[in-house]
Design a protein around this ligand. Structure first.
Ligand code: MN
Length: 144
């Protein structure tokens, strides 16, 4: 077995580029799973358990991507998505909406929320990682 040692520049250049991802999810198991998968890809993870906290973190921390559950205590994830997509400071942050309740009876509600993608839960692991990567790889690294 040979071990590849990067030339001058060090190993850091081979690390995934770190992005900041906000998870708005009240289900602790899903939140832990999403967080572990994102951290395994080298990303920084912020978490909120309800929409109000999610909105505050989205405005204050400028995440590169938001994973948004639909059913949250209080304001729904779709309402929170509509709110973020209506504000200049947050409208360009991609939002992946997740829900354990399968295909929406009303797909218009999902579409009209302005979300960028929908992923049913329980997630399929590689599908989740690929979907996240498809959004984060478009964004130049803001943080080393
Ligand atoms: Mn939920």
């Amino acid at each position: 077995m040979s071990v590849h040692t990067p030339a001058f520049g060090g190993a850091d250049r081979w690390k995934p580029r770190k992005k900041r991802v906000l998870i708005v999810e009240d289900n602790h198991l899903d939140s832990a799973l999403f967080g572990a998968l994102l951290e395994s890809q080298g990303h920084e993870v912020l978490k909120a358990g309800n929409a109000d906290d999610g909105l505050k973190l989205a405005r204050a921390e400028e995440p590169d991507l938001i994973i948004m559950d639909v059913r949250l205590p209080g304001m729904s994830g779709l309402e929170a998505t509509r709110t973020l997509k209506a504000e200049d400071a947050t409208r360009n942050i991609p939002i992946i909406v997740t829900s354990a309740y399968g295909p929406f009876a009303d797909k218009n509600e999902l579409r009209e929320s302005g979300c960028d993608a929908y992923m049913p839960t329980p997630i399929e692991i590689t599908g989740f990682v690929d979907l996240v990567h498809s959004f984060l790889s478009r964004i130049p690294a803001k943080r080393a």
